[in-house]
Ligand binder design. Sequence first.
Ligand SMILES: [Mn+2]
Length: 367
Amino acid sequence: MLRILHTGDIHLDSPFSGLDPRTAEVRRNELRAAFTSMMHYARMEKADLILIAGDLFDADFVTRETLALIKKEAENTPCPIVISPGNHDSVSESSVWRRGVFPENVHIFTDETLDHFEFEELNVRVWGWAFTSQKMELSPLTGRSVREADGDMINILCAHGDLTSSRSTYCPLTVREVETFGADYTALGHVHNPAEYTDRIAYCGCLEGRSFDETGHKGALFVTLDGEGITSQRVRFSKRRYENETLRVDGAASNTELRSRIAAFITEKHYGDDTILRLTLTGETDPSFTLNTSVLEADAPRVFALKVVDDTSPMLDADSLRLDPTLKGEFFRLLEPALTGDDPEARAIAADALRMGLSALAGEAIV
Ligand SMILES: [Mn+2]
């Protein structure tokens, strides 16, 4: 029986640029903590092999703190750790992979061509390659097979590559060529939302989501291979999750009112401190007030962080404005295509312009 922890796309030292600087720093620490939890889990579950299928680091530059953490975790782990560098942490002369800083149980692919490491004590051969720049146009798997190698070993492929498009510049792969290659298990990295292509070909997904395109909790795969077949289990290690929601706020007349509507929504949906929520507000609001997203985002109730997207429009009597023969009607008719167009940004600008214009024409102060 062979027990494998399959991880990748960890992106340590990621800037988390979508968050404010203080929260981003918290997230960088949480990402390191998720990595530590995962390594602890691998030891507790007595993994025979740890596979890191690329993008362990977010960029060439790795902080001293992160490097020390990786070294410590690897030293404390009795099993081999195989790393296939990806497009974010590709191998170059100056990269961390060339510095000889990792303990002996860490095995790193350093070339764009197919290579392998053999672990006789496990009767396992791990195949893979490395990105040596941010792009890789050709698949190193083309025309290759595990049968090239002698011996009756378990064959594992661990690599960073893209099964989603044949025109990808991130090492395009096809399920057919992966199957033809013939590994007993293929541990892939690159696609951040976890995906199983077959029971023997899978993306582990990222360890922690880093954007609103990577929703839900994330983690790694724990795979067991034995004479009877293969079983895979997804294990959550993420501390936070990204989620997207839409809330209609028709008739809202103040930011205070909006705050309580948002709070009620978050409560109803049971979002808690593990959630980074992007909430898109829609509907028609009272034209007399200006929706202030930063006021709504500050000290958001219950959730870890809140991002508010304003997609509302002012509630207006469009029919009578459209027929209004005065300057007011003319102004409205000028803005109407943008107010009702497909571009949310243009709609928001037009809505602001209309609100300010109508206030000015009514002789009111513009706020
Ligand atoms: Mn990645």
